[in-house]
Design a protein. Structure first.
Lengths: 402, 402
C-alpha cells in the first residue's frame, strides 16, 4: 500500500502520448491546443477609429477652432479616406481606418451638428484621442496563443480573427470503460432484490465526455476465464482502459490476476486513502490501465484524483493547479489514510472559498455525491482538521460557470 | 442610458419559456433537469456488505469465540445466504447481501485463515460493523435530484442507478446569431487592409455550445433595406436572436431602427458600463433579441454579463450565484460607469480568490481576452478601488475544472 503522493508520482510518470490531430475550429471547445497561434497581421491591422463621431486635425483645435465643416465620411469597411482641408472634418465610424490628416476623433455625444457643420462642445482634447493604433494590441508575428491552452470562447475568437478555421489539438485516447461484478444489471433492467444497476460506467463516461472522449463500454461477469479472454481480445484496440470493480480483497476480485495473465504490468495496487483504497494502476506497452474500486464514491474519487490530472498532463494541458478551500467545521479522522472528504463549495463574499463537509454513509453512498461538489484532501499525518484551515480540493462539477 | 442593475432587472423580467424535452441520459451533461428524480427503491436496496472478509454472529464474538469455521460464501450478486450455525462464519464479499444470522463483517486484513477456519485478530468489534443498512442513504420514494439541477457526472450516476435512461430537461432555444458590418469578412477569407475577420459570432457560438445550443449564423451588410428584409424573414424561425454590431451612434448603425421597423419592441438601449455601453435589448412576441455592440470585448462582456444569466434563468437552472475575488492592486476608473475590468483569476493557497487586472487597450483588444479569465465588476458610484477589496466576477472560462 503506497501513499497518495507516491501513487500520483507513479501515475504522472506514465503519461499517455497520442499525438495531435487537426480539427475544425467550431469543434474545438474544451480541446487542448497543440500549435502556436500567431498574429497574421498587426492587431488592430490599421489605425482604427474607436468611437462614432468626427475626425479632425488636432492642431486646428489647439489653435482655437471649434466649428468644422463636414466634408465627407469614413465608414467601417471602407478604404482609407483623406482629410484634405485641415480646417474641415470627416464623419468617422467605429472600426473605420483613421483618415490621413486626422489625429483626433470627437464622439457624437461631444458635438452639436447643424447644417453640415460640427461644433465641438469640449474645451480640451488630446492628440490621438479615440484612435486605436495599428499594432498596439499585438504585433504581426507575435504568439497570441501558446500550445497547451484549453480552448474556450476567447481562444476561438482569436483563432477566427487570424483566419485559423482548422487548428491542431491533442488527439484523444481511444478509450474502453469496463464494469465488472455479478451484482450489476443494466440501466434499463429491473434489478432483482440482490442486484443493483450499473452506475460507475455512466459516471466515468460523463467525465470523459467533458473532454470530448467517446468511450466504448463493456461489462464482465465474475468469471476468471471469461475476464481473461475478453480483456485480451478487447484491449488491443484501445489506448486507455478504465475498469471498475474487481480489485478488492474479495474471492471474486479477479482483475489484478487477470490483468497480470494478459501481460499488463502492475505499477501499484492499493493506496493509503479513503475512499478508493483498492485502486490499481498498470500498463501494457503504450496502454494505460486504471482499475478503480467498485464502490461508486471510490471509483468516482479515483477518477477525479488520479485519472483527470493524468489525462490533463497526457493531453499537455497547461491547466493543472488545484484550488484551495477553507473548512467551515472541525473534522476528525483517525485512520492513517489521506481522507478525501466530500464537501459543498461556497464562494463567500469575503473572496474566500469555503468547504462544507457533506457527510455520507461512506463509499457506497452514491446519492451523497449529488449534494456535494468536491473532495477536499486532508493529509494522512494528522487526525484533526480545524475549522478555518485551508486544503486543496478536487471539484467534480463546473462550479464557476465559465 | 440606464444603470447596470436596472438593465439586469429588465433582462430578468423577460425570460424565455421553451418548455421541456425528453433526452437520453448519455446526452444530458450540462443540461438542466426538469423533473424530480426519485429513489425507485431503498439506497442501498438491501443490507449490504462493505468489506471483503467474513460475516459472523456478534454475540458469539462477545462471548469470547475467536476461531470460526467457514461454512460457505456470499458473493455480490448472489441471493441472500443464511448463517445456519451461529458459531461458524461465511465468507462475504463487498456488495453482497448480508446473510441472515450475520451482524458483523470482519475484513480479510483482520483475519488469519487456515484450513477452512478464520481467526479474528482484533480484540474489539462492534455490532453491525462493515454493514451498510438498507435505506440508510435514501429511502424509496425520496427525491434525490430536484428540478433545476445542472447535470454533471454525479447526477448521471444517480439517474443510472434508479433506471432513468431518459430524463426530462429544459428545451433549448432555437437561436440565430447575426453579425453586421461592412468591414467584416469570413474566417477563411484574406481581409483587405481596411477589413477584419468576423470573430464575435464565433465567440458567441462557443458560449452557446457550452449549453449545447447549436445556433444558425448569418451576416448582414450595412444596408438598411437589406437588414430589414432579411431580419424580417429570418427571425420568425427562432426563439432567440443574438446580434453583434450596428447598435452604436454611427451613421450606419441601422439595427435599432431596423428592429423597430419589423416590430421588435426596444426594452432598453445603452447601459452605463464599460465596455458594452451600446448594448440593446428587445422583444417581439415570445422572441428575445440581444443586440450586442460590435467591439469584440464589448460583445463578449455583454454575452457573459446579461445573456448567460438570462439563459440560466430561462432554462430554470438553480445555479445562478456569482463568485467573488480580491483585487491585488489599486484600480482607478473615473467615468460614471460600471467598470467590467478584465482580470486573471488565481486560487491562492490561503483559500482566497485573487483577481489580477489584465490591462488591455479597451474594447477592441480581443487578444487581451485570452490572457484574462473573467470580468470583475467595479461599481459606478466610486472612482477608486483598493487592493484587498472584494468584488463579484464573471468568469468566461472553466476555471475550476469540474
Amino acid at each position: 500500500m503506497i501513499a497518495v503522493e507516491d501513487a500520483l508520482k507513479i501515475v504522472f510518470a506514465h503519461l499517455g502520448h497520442w499525438g495531435t490531430e487537426e480539427i475544425s475550429l467550431d469543434q474545438s471547445l474544451g480541446r487542448i491546443l497543440q500549435e502556436e497561434i500567431v498574429a497574421d497581421r498587426d492587431f488592430p491591422p490599421f489605425n482604427r477609429v474607436t468611437m462614432d463621431g468626427i475626425g479632425l486635425n488636432f492642431d486646428q483645435f489647439e489653435r482655437g477652432q471649434r466649428v468644422f465643416e463636414i466634408k465627407g465620411e469614413a465608414p467601417a469597411g471602407g478604404l482609407q479616406k483623406e482629410l484634405q482641408d485641415p480646417s474641415s472634418c470627416l464623419e468617422v465610424m467605429t472600426g473605420a481606418i483613421v483618415p490621413t490628416g486626422v489625429d483626433v476623433v470627437v464622439r457624437y455625444e461631444d458635438l452639436e451638428i447643424e447644417e453640415g457643420k460640427a461644433t465641438v462642445l469640449l474645451s480640451n482634447l488630446y492628440r490621438n484621442q479615440n484612435i486605436h493604433f495599428k499594432g498596439s494590441d499585438r504585433h504581426q508575428g507575435i504568439v497570441i496563443l501558446s500550445s497547451g491552452k484549453c480552448i474556450s470562447a476567447s481562444e476561438v475568437g482569436v483563432c477566427a480573427t487570424v483566419g485559423k478555421n482548422k487548428i491542431s489539438v491533442s488527439r484523444l485516447p481511444k478509450t474502453l470503460i469496463v464494469s465488472s461484478g455479478d451484482e450489476l444489471v443494466d440501466i434499463d433492467q429491473t434489478p432483482l432484490s440482490h442486484q443493483i444497476r450499473r452506475s460507475n460506467v455512466y459516471r466515468i463516461a460523463t467525465v470523459l465526455e467533458s473532454y470530448k472522449i467517446q468511450p466504448s463500454v463493456m461489462h464482465l461477469n465474475d468469471d476468471f476465464n471469461e475476464i481473461v479472454k475478453r480483456l485480451e481480445s478487447e484491449i488491443t484496440d484501445y489506448d486507455l482502459i478504465l475498469l471498475s470493480g474487481g480489485v478488492s480483497a474479495g474471492k471474486f476480485d479477479y482483475l489484478p490476476e487477470a490483468l497480470s495473465a494478459i501481460g499488463v504490468e502492475k505499477l501499484f495496487h492499493k493506496v493509503k486513502q479513503r475512499p478508493g483504497k483498492p485502486f490499481w494502476f498498470g500498463k501494457k506497452d503504450n496502454k494505460l490501465i486504471f482499475a478503480f474500486p467498485g464502490n461508486p464514491v471510490s471509483s468516482f474519487m479515483c477518477a477525479q484524483q488520479y485519472f483527470k490530472p493524468w489525462l490533463d498532463r497526457s493531453l499537455q494541458s497547461s491547466k493543472t493547479e488545484l484550488p484551495w478551500a477553507e473548512l467551515v467545521e472541525d473534522v476528525h479522522f483517525k485512520p492513517d489514510l489521506t481522507y478525501f472528504l466530500e464537501v459543498k463549495i461556497i464562494f463567500h463574499p469575503s473572496g474566500k472559498i469555503k468547504a462544507y463537509p457533506v457527510k455520507g454513509n461512506g463509499s457506497g453512498d452514491l446519492a451523497n455525491l449529488v449534494d456535494a461538489d468536491a473532495f477536499i484532501q486532508l493529509p494522512s499525518d494528522r487526525n484533526d482538521f480545524r475549522k478555518g484551515e485551508v486544503f486543496p480540493f478536487i471539484a467534480y462539477r463546473n462550479l464557476i460557470h465559465g
